[in-house]
Design a protein. Structure first.
Length: 98
């Protein structure tokens, strides 16, 4: 991840009062096929929430959103992946995502 994304993740961790377990960061072109390219460039992060309660998952989403990520919960029911919060840093020009 680039410095801006790392700083924003750390800010969200501060709001959440705990460190996040990162499943996947940015600049991981072709790393996880199910991600469909969303992690190829900058500003992307997946936070592991498999062992968290529903309320904790909401709190992770909220913390990421409060610092500037577009973030949402992804579940195994959607595709074959574990519960995680997917975040894309808002305001990153599209051409910098690749």
């Amino acid at each position: 991840m680039n410095r801006r994304t790392v700083a924003m993740v750390k800010a969200a961790e501060g709001l959440y009062h705990s460190k996040f377990a990162i499943l996947q960061g940015s600049y991981n072109k072709g790393g996880v096929e199910a991600s469909a390219g969303t992690h190829d460039g900058g500003g992307a992060v997946d936070v592991d929430v498999r062992t968290k309660s529903a309320a904790q998952r909401v709190a992770v989403v909220k913390a990421l959103r409060e610092v500037g990520f577009a973030a949402w919960l992804r579940t195994p029911a959607q595709v074959n992946w574990p519960h995680h919060v997917h975040g894309i840093l808002a305001g990153v020009p599209w051409h910098l995502h690749f």
